[in-house]
Design a protein around this ligand. Structure first.
Ligand SMILES: Nc1ncnc2c1ncn2[C@@H]1O[C@H](COP(=O)(O)OP(=O)(O)OP(=O)(O)O)[C@@H](O)[C@H]1O
Ligand SMILES: [Mg+2]
Length: 246
């Protein structure tokens, strides 16, 4: 099972939107995929799961529930390990129990692989606390989502430095060679300029346009492709999915 995270230490750049829609595109390619909601704010869960939840990822990580009992099916091949939005214990767990159970995410990934998932897409908050570090340390690949702003390039450099420290501490290599520029509007000269600057770095670059359907599908509790098949962003999410699963 491949473990993947769209992550950067910046809020509101589209981490959750990209995670959900790329995971959906991968599922539509025929790969059994699970979105793991690792953000204590549970945005992916509010978007994709309407059910009132009794148990969530915090129960699985603390060993008080089985992943199979907590995971919900979203569409055929697409599943969610949710986080309870109000009153969930993920943040508390990460601040108290994680330190005594540093292999919690390794064990979770083993459980998910046993359930037949081919891909796990982790959605994290923009914080860089022990929780996000523990998730990142278990990833095979991290893809950086950015918005086309001048300071985003500094954010990439900071992330690369921090990821290097995690790789060294855990003696592993984590692929980090793709960037997704989100909310791109090519009619803005500064967005075109940003893309040109980014092209000088050694990353494969994907772009997602500003597309109101990406925001509206969240109100409708659906991935964008199910909400509006012809939305401009759909082929871009599909291109990222293909690059991930080959
Ligand atoms: N390509 C897009 N076009 C239009 N709106 C978008 C696009 N991508 C994301 N959005 C909207 O931008 C907002 C932020 O997106 P999202 O929640 O995915 O970001 P995030 O990085 O996960 O945020 P956080 O750091 O709070 O977790 C949401 O309202 C979302 O609907
Ligand atoms: Mg988010």
């Amino acid at each position: 099972m491949k473990k993947l995270c769209f992550y950067i230490q910046k809020g509101g750049v589209g981490k959750t939107s990209i995670s959900g829609n790329v995971a959906d595109a991968i599922a539509r390619l025929g790969h059994k995929t699970v979105i793991v909601d690792c953000d204590p704010q549970g945005n992916a869960s509010s978007w994709l799961c309407l059910e009132k939840l009794e148990k969530d990822i915090a129960h699985v990580l603390s060993g008080t529930a089985q992943a199979a009992d907590v995971i919900r099916e979203i569409t055929p091949n697409l599943f969610l390990l949710p986080a309870i939005v109000i009153g969930g214990d993920l943040k508390k767990w990460s601040e108290t129990e994680l330190i005594q159970n540093p292999k919690a995410f390794e064990f979770l990934n083993e459980d998910l692989a046993k359930l037949g998932f081919e891909l796990a897409v982790y959605d994290c908050s923009p914080s860089f606390s022990q929780l996000e570090r523990a998730v990142l340390a278990e990833m095979d690949e991290v893809i950086n989502p950015l918005t086309p702003e001048f300071f985003s390039i500094d954010g990439i450099e900071t992330f690369t430095y921090e990821l290097g420290k995690i790789e060294k501490a855990h003696r592993r290599t984590i692929t980090n060679n793709k960037i997704v520029v989100n909310m791109m509007n090519l009619s803005f000269a500064r967005h075109r300029e940003f893309h040109k600057e980014l092209s000088k770095l050694n990353y494969r670059i994907f772009t997602i346009p500003q597309d109101s359907k990406v925001a509206e599908c969240q109100i409708a509790h659906q991935p964008v492709c199910h909400f509006a098949r012809s939305a401009r962003a759909v082929p871009e999410f599909e291109a990222i999915a293909k690059a991930i699963v080959g």
